[in-house]
Design a protein around this ligand. Sequence first.
Ligand code: ADP
Length: 681
Amino acid sequence: MKSIKRLLIANRGEIACRIMRSCRLLGIESVAVFSDADREAKHVRLADRAVHIGASAATASYLNAEVIVNAALNIKVDAIHPGYGFLSESTELIRRCEENDITFVGPSLESIVQMGSKINAKSIAIDLGIATVPGYNGDSQAVPELLAEADNVGFPLLIKASAGGGGKGMRIVMDKEGFEAALTQAKQEALNAFGDDKVLLEKYIVRSRHIEVQVVGDSQGNVCHLFDRECSIQRNYQKVIEEAPAGHLSQETRQGLFDCAVKLAQHLNYQGAGTVEFIVDADTQDYYFLEMNTRLQVEHPTTEMVTGLDLVVLQIQIAQGESLPFEQSDVTIEGHAIEARVNAEDPSNNYLPEIGSINLYREPQVAGLRVDSGVAQGSSITPFYDSMVAKVIACGDARGVAAQKLVQGLGDFAIAGVNTNREFLMSLLSRPAFHQELTTQYIENAFPDGWQPWGEDVHAAIAAVVLATEQEEKSTGDFSGTPWQSLSHWRLTADAGVPAVTQLYLQEDDSTLTIKLVGGKGRYRVTLMKEQETSEFSIQLNLKRGEGSSQAEVEVSGSRGVLDIVIDDAKVYLSSSKLNRSYPFISLEEDLLKEASADADSSNVIVAQMPGLITDVLISEGDIVQQGDNALAIESMKLINSVVAPCSGTVSKVFCEAGDNVESGTLLVEIEPLVEIEPSV
Ligand code: ADP
């Protein structure tokens, strides 16, 4: 047995912090490493000791096996845990560890070499009788041969870098004509990223799912699977949301995946934690081996939450030479866990990574929620490393419960200073399609034109729905002859069996927004009208009452969010980490009176404030009118509104007559104001 007392974590961010937690559980002293950019980083502060290893660029620090092993020797550690990414699958780091008698917390060099090349891994799987995606997996890389092979495979096909990872060096090719150009790009990208431009070709499975199996093996040859995860929600071949176990999967398929994964791990005499990835055809549930990742995965917490196991503790125990503390039949799962990766990026701007300082950071406190993060208040997001700042993982008895908890957790997660994808993740999890079978095209299907956060107009529409729902509840659902109808701030027409139509007016700085709502019971079709512009939304709202303030769970055209709300008479306050606004609704009378009084000094004209039908003209040219006299009636959205004379005087021009349809802004009446004659003294 090689007892580990001091362990160096050759990584940064959330995974470094995560590994430290398990070290603490095992009474192991943790040693962090850090680059120039990470001097003040959370992982440095959490570690028992920390060593500076170089400049900010990863190649000068976290990717430099030599400086890391030197640091390990200087500080006399027993072992190195590489985390994921960086040097986690580096044969150089393992070699250096072996030469210096340092335990590498991970599988053997041989396992890493065998699975490190996709071509090699696929050949081994084929020899073991494990299904792989049909394609070309040969050594020859001559362009004419690859072209001929591509023809055999058929289109669409996928070109993949053999040394690939993180979706790099991957290209979909739709037809023969596009093949050579895509091949050149894929090879170039692979060479830049991995120093190896070998590629393989695979049939592109259009409606596919990504399902993987967690395995663990010890030095005595015991191998167990720790069930499955689904990571189909991806963007650019990179996982965004992961869960354990996969939903909507037949027991037969699931068992087939477990058997293949265990067979491969046994063949490799696998030691440590690893993941066998499969692609599953969503239509047939046929499955094919993709690759094996010989390290801890980003999404490992989902497996931990449903199995109750600590994978890092297991990795360390295995590295110490201990045997697995369980047999396959002892491992069971309970509940469902879903993880969302919170990145510093702008999803509304092509997911552009954000850099800056986190000046507000408060993690959500929700039972059954785990947050693995690598940042704290004051942390800097620099351009040197990836943009993931935290993972939020929710667990519940059922998939729907976990999803709901995760949405709540993401909603309560306060991060300011840099933009994050928090709201984007919430909308992904809140779509009805999330509860059906997933495919890797989920994000594309959900937001074909890209994702956009709710803007000003959406919030105004939500505020209107909040007010309407509140009033509806007060009226206990019976609209006729209730306070609902007599309220001065808004109107309603509700014929039997016909959806109620409500019209509200929102006072903005210098104009009035007209909001029409059709529906009831928290489901509305909302039309916003401002001068000539109209926008429409369908909004569902669930009001959750609390003391003083309430919460509104809102869905706007498929995208969901949670807002804190306060209703004060006809004023609605909406609040979230991004928004703090009040929406003062006014009655039409208030609006018009305001207009009239505002115009009294300066204006002698009547202008249509909204599009409508002139139903009555009560004045004629030459009439003498007093300010406030009824002049016209306009029907707009089934409501008759009176329009009054803005000043006293003689009507000089009437530009409209009953039956006219007028646009907002149309000049209707002109009045010659009464000139006050100064009494002579
Ligand atoms: P990497 O090692 O770069 O992550 P993988 O081989 O693991 O590459 O594939 C990444 C993702 O690409 C998969 O999760 C899946 O969404 C997609 N993918 C891979 N192979 C195929 C295929 N043959 N057909 C359709 N999609 C695929």
